[in-house]
Ligand binder design. Structure first.
Ligand SMILES: Cc1cc2nc3c(=O)[nH]c(=O)nc-3n(C[C@H](O)[C@H](O)[C@H](O)COP(=O)(O)OP(=O)(O)OC[C@H]3O[C@@H](n4cnc5c(N)ncnc54)[C@H](O)[C@@H]3O)c2cc1C
Length: 375
């Protein structure tokens, strides 16, 4: 089969290597507009479950990822300058660039053709020369836009602003920090992803953002402002920019997932708010599900229909949980009057995927402290 993939992010690369590993006679090409070492952002997180899928599907990639990742089992919630720790949440973090390099090397070793610095513009020509064309071209997917009357996408732009920084302050565990400044409430999502660096995403509502004057600030001024807001958390470490910009999260859905021999994958197909840390996980699991559909059916139309039938309910469930989570962060002002333990409890149960019983199993000490506090 001749497979053309637009986008060398986690979805495109992982799908390429899984298909090539299954059948070496496939001719697979990945087009990526950037160079192999260009990337946005810092680290990404995986749950244990995602790692076990990776192990089952390509041991080699799994081994390389586990050599480079940072593992933790706690979520730390910092509110009113007090830290509440909730254990039993096993996650690992890895640099996005490191992950992409591992996937690129594995693709090359298997014989996938990787074309970097190659922007695709004529999608229709590529589609007609391929048995399968995969639009793994991220959140602003041109493949999705080109065939929008068939995919029928819906894009909802959320109200909060966020910006993705790094820092050399090491946060051991997923640390969610809430600080009240004169302009309003700021939340930081942080975790270390290698021996020297943590991801540090800052989020606030539009009103806070305007009051703080970020619309008129340079990159340096923005970082200085936020370093002051999170002074007690960063311990003097600066925020590191990687062309970091304030953005609004966009919730992407598609009514139809394929058209003719063209299918969407990863962020092009769906997004899930970063507060449940699932974008890369979903992109990799999409790749597994699409490969499985080809294994099970062997026929193009049936494989693409099967992919949508099997995978869509899973994605919808995630998007529901992610939606509850983003709404919580959009309304965080309403919870700031809670003292640290009930605040942490509300935060942990926000997406309705984790409840009292579940938390009690994960961390009985946390629940005991929560109850002792009269919550
Ligand atoms: C602030 C923030 C924090 C996040 N945190 C996490 C996290 O903790 N954990 C997690 O799992 N995920 C996280 N994510 C999400 C994660 O980054 C994405 O969900 C994931 O990268 C999706 O993978 P993808 O392969 O679908 O798309 P992408 O990684 O976006 O890759 C798409 C690729 O396509 C290329 N491309 C696009 N158009 C063309 C074209 N016309 N021609 C050639 N190439 C093209 C792009 O250059 C890009 O490399 C976060 C995202 C944000 C914004």
């Amino acid at each position: 089969m001749k497979i053309t993939i637009i986008g060398g992010g986690p979805a495109g690369l992982y799908f390429a290597l899984l298909m090539k590993q299954r059948d070496a006679s496939h001719h697979i090409t990945v087009f990526e507009r950037n160079a192999p070492d260009d990337t946005f952002g810092w680290g990404v997180v995986f749950s244990d479950k995602t790692l076990s899928y990776l192990k089952e599907n390509d041991e080699e990639t799994y081994q390389r990822i586990t050599e480079s990742f940072e593992l933790w089992d706690n979520v730390d919630v910092v509110h009113r300058d007090q830290k509440v720790t909730i254990r039993g949440n096993r996650f690992s973090g890895i640099a996005r660039l490191e992950l992409l390099n591992i996937l690129q090397q594995r693709c090359r070793a298997l014989g996938v053709e990787l074309l970097f610095r190659t922007e695709v513009s004529d999608i229709e020509a590529l589609a007609s020369r391929s048995d399968l064309l995969v639009g793994a071209d991220g959140i602003n997917s041109t493949v999705r836009q080109k065939y929008e009357q068939f995919f029928e996408p819906s894009l909802s732009i959320r109200t909060n602003k966020y910006i993705w920084y790094g820092t050399n302050q090491l946060f051991h565990g997923l640390t969610l920090t809430f600080r009240e400044a004169e302009a309003g409430v700021f939340a930081a999502h942080s975790y270390k992803f290698n021996k020297t660096t943590s991801t540090f995403i800052v989020e606030c509502d539009e009103e806070t953002w305007r009051k703080a004057g970020f619309d008129r600030m340079s990159d340096d001024e923005t970082r200085s402002y936020l370093e002051q807001v999170f002074l007690n958390d960063l311990h003097g470490h600066p925020l590191l920019s990687n062309n970091s910009k304030w953005i609004n999260f966009v919730n992407v859905k598609n009514a139809h997932w394929s058209h003719r021999n063209i299918v969407l994958l990863g962020d092009a197909l769906h997004t899930a708010h970063f507060s449940i840390g699932s974008g890369t996980k979903l992109a990799l699991e999409d790749a597994i599900a699409l490969r499985d559909s080809f294994d099970e059916t062997g026929d193009m139309a049936a494989a693409l229909a099967n992919f949508e039938r099997v995978r869509k309910p899973v994605i919808e469930e995630y998007q529901e949980a992610a939606y509850e989570s983003l709404i919580w962060f959009e309304n965080v002002r309403d919870y700031m009057q809670l003292s640290p333990l009930p605040f942490a409890y509300k935060l942990m149960t926000r997406s309705k995927r984790i409840d009292y019983e579940n938390l009690k199993r994960r961390d009985p000490q946390f629940i005991a402290a929560y109850e002792a506090a009269g919550s």
